[in-house]
Design a binder for this molecule. Sequence first.
Ligand code: NDP
Length: 450
Amino acid sequence: MTDVINPATGGVLTSVPSLDLAGTDAAIDRAQRAFAGWRQVAPGDRARLLRRFAALVDAHLDELADLEVRNAGHTIGNARWEAGNVRDVLDYYAGAPERLTGRQIPVAGGLDVTFHEPLGVVGIIVPWNFPMPIAGWGFAPALAAGNTVVLKPAELTPLTAIRLGELGLEAGLPEGVFTVLPGKGSVVGQRFVTHPAVRKVCFTGSTEVGKSIMAGCAAQVKRVTLELGGKSANIVFADADLERAAAAAPASVFDNAGQDCCARSRLLVQDSVYDRFLALLEPAVKAFRVLDPASPDAEMGPLISAGQRTGVAGYVEGADVAFTGTAPDGDGWWFPPTVLLAHSTAERHWREEVFGPVLSVLPFRDEQEAVRLANDTAYGLSGSIWTRDLGRALRMSRAVESGNLSVNSHSSVRYWTPFGGMKESGLGRELGPDALLSFTDTKNVFLATD
Ligand code: NDP
């Protein structure tokens, strides 16, 4: 059994079983046996089951959100959005089974048709920072395409995933079609990589573990989707609406206490407005409400663990602190929103993913330098560009090496548009209409008619 901790208090919430290798193998075997039946379920019936699953998530939205507040320290506003996101993703992909159509391709002497066949068992490995959405982005399209799913939540945050597994069964998914397996990454997660019946692994987490998963999957030529780290740039040009950009900047990096792969943790400000922008940013950071995450006013809660807090503090130690916000005292893994001035791009807090409420700031001269600085990272997940010049917005959007950009906005994630990284931020795309095909093999069949 593993203790589950409330990060806002440091107290033990409950404990959950931790599966061993034999238990993992048994669950994968059940998922493999369930596959034959699930892929045969008529498309309309599969769609109905997914819609029923979505309706049950909706009916339990408050309960799921409350679990996430207590287990992950997410603010109640965020947690409700996250549970709603699982519902919406299920509803969106519930429209897919009847639309998973192949093609008919003209060839001489016969007919060529394609089929999108489900892969088999899909293994989904979920991190602790967004336990519900990241689970749903994997299991909803995987199930819609006719696969069965085994899902490993992070050891720190298993509670909502376990509940979603129960709701799936209650919705009528047959036994073995969607199974949640709490346990260690090195045991349960690793087995998804090595078990031959698992035909695809969806991994979200650190770049380091992601690389080892990709290497492991190569041994069985197993499909893999990786959503890894980020060090995204928020680029503010002098011609931007500075008030709007400054008001939006805190949430773009401090949301979820900065434990967000899309966090805009590098702020690049054009030198001619640098002082003015920092003067606008300071009150916005100080006003950012770090409170008990159950409070409806909270904009940010605690960090996930004592270890995470120690790691984040290590980036701030010895750095040039421009200003900080506030955080509650006492129990729990609290850390205030913190803004650091970067004096060179070699500084650790500028280069590495902090995964905490820490923003690093650097001025730039012109568009060319902004592009160079934004791309001077191994990562490429998200980012924002603030300007009133449409041509510049488009030039920058094409030049910044990142999978998800927003202009005059910090929005990165919509379930109906693709999401994923460039460079070491990942491989493959989740969400949107095309993600479904990555859970299938396209089969090509030629029928001779002559
Ligand atoms: P990890 O990459 O270690 O964990 C993510 C998931 O992978 C967890 O479910 C974990 O299980 C599992 N896992 C760990 N090792 C293996 C393995 N060898 N084989 C299969 N699965 C494995 O991230 P951490 O939680 O340790 O976080 C460390 C850092 O990674 C963060 O500080 C942040 O910088 C980054 N990160 C990035 C995320 C993103 O969204 N891109 C998400 C989370 C972290 P278990 O719970 O047992 O460890």
